[in-house]
Design a protein around this ligand. Structure first.
Ligand code: TXE
Length: 517
């Protein structure tokens, strides 16, 4: 069985016959069999059932994909097109994603276990990302400099970085890929995409969509497999000029270290431990409702999840009691369970890690208010589910507050003053996102200004737009995705100077006697 058989239904012929039912290695615009001939079964975390069988590539396959991207870049075809032309390919990609939304959403939901409707929202966001970058094509051709030197013309222009290695995680598989692929293509780069080995299906589909949108063969390449086997080739290879990685902190550090030997450009998005600050004067219902979505959306598998509730002491008891009541009512279920409000964790191994994190928090002195167990009966015991969990009585000295669980786990801290709230919120090695809830507009601005986090919401949580930069301070990573800076990551800046009246400068002519030098 092949879960990626859904691509067959579109009747296109970009597939080699012998590789027709086995996708994963996409090189020179064609699907190839992996050198070692191995495959991997992709299972839905909601019920463990097989949804796809894909190529399990090795380092030789990754090297072939890099070579393809290198040839496509050095050949000059794609980097030599105008940005407007490249923007057209992105706009067409957005249209095709919308045409094939059901196909993509189904694949994403089955790979991740997330609700189908959430996968549909993801596809909308992915199309919006391609449309944004397609839409800004040709709007910034660089700068002309007034040098002050007569007879000189000086321009600052942008050129593509080269071959990009794009490594993505399993929580928002194609969304994270689109934040890299769209700006990389607009800037004129070629790339090798390495999706998480757990969720490759939508990245596989994207290769065919990009070809259909008019992307030349060899510009987009895909290699499926594990991080150590194929991801590491992208960070190490001298033929890769840039590596952009989204994933865990430990892996990000490894990627940065191995990229250092070739001094390639590195962009990292490594998650966060994000404070959600609720003052006593906050709009209570909005703050309660959003505190739940902040942390329990996608069962907490969100880098910007509001996993740290900082609540003003005076409202702590009533606010947290109501939060617990609502958290216990959240219904878990699979992608097509219409009553489900959130889904499983990505794997049983990850669920066990989250459970151990909760147990360690209790051992550190936190009070477990709800959740904190692995379902052992009924349908939930078949998938890798974990219930919404709240730990009270926490403080920043605890690992439960400092470390990312990447699961549905909320820690609760209290504060009494604005200064204390800011101090606690910034007492983290991460710095991706945070929120402040208050009806005092001046305080909202003061706190938002003081937070050392890449995105700050005031009286809201989670919204983002492709026009605005996304990324973190501290160990949340470096560089930015989305927005204009998300495009700048994929451009080299070059200064071109022209002398329109060339003549000797006489710099090294022998000094003449009597003439002061
Ligand atoms: O991610 P990894 P994992 C966090 C979260 C989670 C933790 C570990 O806290 O519990 O990371 O998750 C590839 N060279 N986030 O282990 O390992 C890997 O194949 C090159 C936050 O699943 O970081 C996958 O494609 N690549 C996060 C990608 O890196 C390597 C989203 C991410 O996997 C590699 C997911 C190597 N040596 C997890 N080793 C976010 N920021 O949104 C692995 N990979």
């Amino acid at each position: 069985m092949s879960g990626v058989q859904f691509a067959e239904n579109r009747g296109r012929t970009v597939v080699d016959q012998d590789a027709a039912l086995l996708r994963g290695l996409f090189v020179d615009g064609r699907w190839r069999k992996p050198a070692a001939g191995k495959t991997r079964i992709i299972a839905c975390p909601a019920d463990g059932k097989q949804v796809a069988e894909v190529a399990e590539c090795t380092d030789a396959d990754a090297a072939a994909a890099v070579a393809s991207a290198r040839r496509a870049f050095d050949g000059g075809g794609w980097p030599g097109t105008s940005e407007k032309e490249r923007g057209q390919v992105l706009l067409r990609t957005a249209e095709l994603l919308e045409r094939d939304k059901a196909l993509y959403a189904r694949a994403e939901a089955l790979d991740t276990g997330k609700r189908y409707v959430e996968a549909e929202y993801d596809i909308d966001d992915i199309a919006a990302c391609f449309r944004y970058y397609g839409g800004i094509a040709g709007t910034d051709a660089g700068r002309v400099i007034d040098t002050g030197v007569p007879g000189s013309i000086s321009r600052v222009v942008y050129v593509p970085v080269g071959v990009c290695g794009l490594i993505t995680p399993w929580n928002y598989p194609l969304l994270q890929a689109s934040w890299k692929v769209a700006p990389a293509l607009l800037a004129g780069n070629t790339f090798v995409l390495k999706p998480s080995e757990l969720t490759p299906s939508t990245s596989i589909l994207l290769m065919e969509t990009l070809l259909e949108a008019g992307l030349p063969a060899g510009v987009a390449n895909l290699v499926t497999g594990t991080g150590p086997d194929v991801g590491a080739v992208l960070s190490e290879s001298a033929d890769v000029d840039l590596v952009s990685f989204t994933g865990g902190l430990a892996t990000g550090i490894n990627v940065m270290k191995s990229a250092a030997t070739t001094v390639k450009r590195v962009a990292l998005e490594l998650g966060g431990k994000n404070p959600n600050i609720v003052f006593a004067d906050a709009h209570r219902e909005a703050a309660l409702d959003n505190a739940l979505t902040a942390v329990f959306l996608h069962s907490g598998q969100v880098c910007s999840a509001g996993t740290r509730l900082l609540v003003e002491e005076s409202i702590h008891d009533g606010f947290v009691a109501e939060l617990v009541r609502r958290a216990q009512d959240i219904r878990l279920g699979g992608p097509f369970d219409e009553l489900a409000q959130t889904g499983p964790l990505i794997s049983a191994a990850h669920r066990d890690k989250v459970h151990a994190f909760v147990q360690a928090g209790i051992d550190e002195g936190a009070s477990l208010l709800c959740g904190g167990y692995i379902p052992d009966a009924g349908v939930l015991s078949v998938g890798s589910y974990y219930p919404p969990t709240i730990l009270d009585g926490c403080h920043t000295s605890m690992k439960a507050v400092q470390d990312e669980s990447f699961g549905p786990v909320l820690t609760v801290e209290t504060f009494s003053t604005e200064e204390e709230a800011i101090m606690l919120a910034n007492d983290t090695a991460y710095g991706l996102a945070g929120a402040v809830w208050t009806q005092d507009g001046s305080r909202a601005q003061r706190v938002a200004g003081a937070l050392r986090h890449g995105t700050v919401w005031i009286n809201d949580y989670h919204p983002y737009v492709p026009q605005a930069e996304w990324g973190g301070f501290g160990k949340s990573g470096n560089g930015r995705e989305l927005g204009l800076q998300g495009l700048a990551e994929y451009r080299e800046t070059k200064h071109i100077w022209q002398n329109i009246n060339p003549k000797p400068s006489h710099w090294f002519e022998p000094p003449q006697a009597g003439v002061q030098q």
